[in-house]
Ligand binder design. Sequence first.
Ligand code: ADP
Ligand code: MG
Ligand code: ZN
Length: 196
Amino acid sequence: MAFYNPIAGLEVICGPMFSGKSEELIRRLRRAKIAKQRVMVFKPRIDDRYSEDRIVSHSEQSLDAQVVSSPEEIWEMLDDRTEVIGIDEVQFFDKSIVALCERLANLGRRVIVAGLDLDYKGVPFEPVPQLMAVAEYVTKTLAVCHRCGAPASRTQRIVRSEERIVVGALNAYEARCRRCFEPDLPNQLTMDLKET
Ligand code: ADP
Ligand code: MG
Ligand code: ZN
């Protein structure tokens, strides 16, 4: 008879940039390791450039991770004995990540994902809303508003670009509260995005 794992299920950690999503993911995964559970960690390859094979927080905590191009690659790389699966920057995967997380949770694994719930326009960032809907646990982390110090739920883009994803740009984003968030700002700026 298959053994029942009481920690099996899906946990979503979501919120804006700088809100501590990666820190919280790293904290949960470290605790799982302390409990001697077998842990595997993944992050998406978001462009062709070299990706560091670690998940890293803005507070410089980090954890070794496998860099993958698709949810399918996670499935292929998984060791049968893995009990806990962590995925950071989950918003960069296509919607098949939802079926993968469900499948792993149904197979008795604990799946913990972290990612942006909103894009820079304040629009839900699929597949995160879909993951939130099927998860057992949803944690919303808030940052500190760069403008006024209030709890910040939005990611403000402060460089000009209409791409949903801007990678490799230093200082391209700030955390903002609802009142200080300016979704049209990236269109109004005259300064073009400079690659760093
Ligand atoms: P996320 O993964 O959500 O982008 P991280 O876990 O990488 O967040 O980083 C959280 C850390 O970022 C905080 O503990 C703090 O040290 C730092 N930080 C920098 N700017 C802010 C801000 N505006 N609000 C909160 N934390 C910030
Ligand atoms: Mg992060
Ligand atoms: Zn504010």
